[in-house]
Ligand binder design. Structure first.
Ligand code: FRU
Length: 497
């Protein structure tokens, strides 16, 4: 259909049909990356939540599997996580087969309609066949609601030092931590969030995990917290905190206390379309990095985007690193390396290029701009700006770039095609600060039919946005302002579907 041709992404996960939001329960096992997701299979708007399921060997090609968890009399199945219980601490395993345990929130609409506050609680299910089929625990819920209106999205991780599992939970505008040795009995440990971070909305989908500091023999804990509203460019977005996890508490890095007041710049993504993202479990080996995926939409307009058969896609899976420098700790995100395996022979490289006059780089079908990776370096980011423009035959355009005067990045989708389905979709360009910059500025852009993912300065500033042109973009232009604007190391590669 026209919709499939124009809008079904080439290399991002979408459900075959129906509504999708948050990624859930991701784990890696026996060569497969599993991805579950908030799903309403019977409609293209948010509705009674299920966990859909997909799996992939390379994080690019996904096979959609039968639905993993259906809503039942206890409620809808809201977001959560999964772990592989290698030592069978839960006791659900049989015959040496480690069970996989899923943690999710029951959202009970009847209780909600009665005006009660305790309509969300935490529950578990287990799988003995690598995540294909699940049995709900008969003593659910495992964490009852203590009287908190928003109480959801359990993410479980093993705490080496404390020798127990930690469950992070979103509770109002705070994160609560619970501990357990057997994954069934959970004890409240502590809470985090008062007076720090953005508080313009409800906190959701936390993810606490240990991570090595890049190049150092040091380990820190990172806590991802999604918030709606409160995102950097409006609507929903994901902030992060760096610190330690000691004796059941998350202790924020002291240097961040002041920097992380309500309006701060510690965001996983500054674009409008990366929400509720969390990391995979069971892949923390020496060679493999921490791996993240987010929902590529925004609650401001997710229910209105102009696709009918399905709604929403996930971001490209991203590798995360924690880097330390003079000004403290920062996360960086780069596209999964498996994306390189999908690059075709179609690669165009260009040498150093003066862009003081607008330059058209490409006007051909040779490399489709709806399935490509573009990289380049802006040589002197202190004194020159760059704008990259994608255009089509009906004069729509998507523009992104860097402004040296304000040292900010931008994505402008205001004239990118269909925008009027929501006043919040493209009221103005989105902007982002330069977090870690040197004289030259390195840029990677992933282009799909309806999304752009921008990794600036090796992924220390990321921007992800979606768009819906009436026709595919076919032209690629570079323009600049400022002194002596030059690009180098320009490379455009086709990504195979
Ligand atoms: C985040 C969220 C979660 C919740 C789920 C419901 O986008 O609101 O907090 O579990 O979506 O679908």
């Amino acid at each position: 259909t026209i919709e499939e041709n124009l809008y079904r992404p080439n290399f991002h996960f979408t459900p075959i049909s129906g509504w999708m939001n948050d990624p859930n329960g991701m784990f890696y096992l026996n060569g497969y990356y599993h991805l579950y997701f908030q799903h309403y299979p019977d409609g293209n708007k948010w509705g009674p939540m299920h966990w859909g399921h997909a799996k992939s060997k390379d994080l690019i090609h996904w096979e959609e599997m039968p639905i993993a968890l259906f809503p039942d009399e206890m409620g809808y199945i809201f977001s959560g996580s999964a772990i592989v219980d290698h030592e069978n601490k839960s006791g659900f395993g049989v015959e040496g087969q480690p069970p996989i345990i899923a943690f999710f929130t029951y959202h009970n609409t009847e209780m909600q309609n009665q005006g009660r506050v305790d309509f969300q609680s935490q529950a578990i299910a287990y799988s003995l066949d690598e995540g294909n089929t699940w049995t709900k625990y008969d003593e659910n819920p495992v964490v009852k609601n203590p009287g908190i209106h928003d109480f959801r999205d359990p993410k479980v991780v093993w705490d080496k030092k404390g020798k127990q599992y930690i469950m992070s939970l979103a509770a109002g505008q705070e994160i609560r931590f619970y501990g357990s040795k057997n994954l069934k009995d959970w004890k409240f440990l502590s809470e985090f969030g008062k007076g720090v971070g953005n508080h313009d909305g409800v906190w959701e989908c936390p993810d606490l995990f240990p991570i090595k500091v890049q190049g150092l023999d040091e380990e820190k804990y990172v806590l991802l917290v999604s918030i709606n509203p409160g995102g950097y460019n409006g609507g929903s977005g994901t902030q992060y905190f760096v610190g330690d996890f000691e004796e059941g508490r998350f202790v924020l890095e002291p240097s961040l206390q002041e920097k992380m007041s309500n309006y701060h710049d510690y965001w996983v993504d500054f674009g409008k379309d990366n929400y509720a993202g969390v990391t995979w479990s069971n892949i923390e080996t020496e060679e493999k990095e921490k791996l993240f995926i987010g929902w590529m939409s925004n609650w401001q307009y997710a229910n209105e985007v102009p696709t009918e058969k399905w709604r929403s896609a996930m971001t490209i899976p991203r590798e995360l690193q924690l880097i330390a420098n003079d000004s403290g700790y920062r996360l960086s995100f780069v596209p999964t390396k498996t994306l390189d395996e999908g690059k075709s022979e179609k690669i165009k490289t260009y040498g150093r290029m003066d862009i003081s006059e607008p330059k058209e780089l490409l006007e051909s079908e040779s490399i489709p701009l709806s399935s490509a990776s573009l990289t380049f370096t802006l040589m002197n980011a202190k004194s020159s700006s760059v704008a990259v423009k994608l255009k089509n035959d009906v004069k729509e355009e998507l523009v992104f770039g860097f402004d040296h005067g304000s040292q900010t990045f931008f994505v402008d989708r205001t004239h990118s095609g269909k925008t009027d389905f929501s006043k919040d979709f493209a009221p103005k360009p989105s902007i982002a600060p330069r977090i870690i910059g040197s004289e030259s500025l390195q840029v990677t852009a992933l282009l799909d039919k309806t999304s752009i993912e921008l990794f600036f300065d090796n992924g220390t500033t990321v921007m992800t946005e979606i768009f819906f042109p009436e026709q595919p973009f076919t032209e690629l232009w570079f323009t600049s302002s400022g002194e002596n604007a030059q690009l180098d190391n320009i490379k455009l590669s086709e990504l195979k579907n």
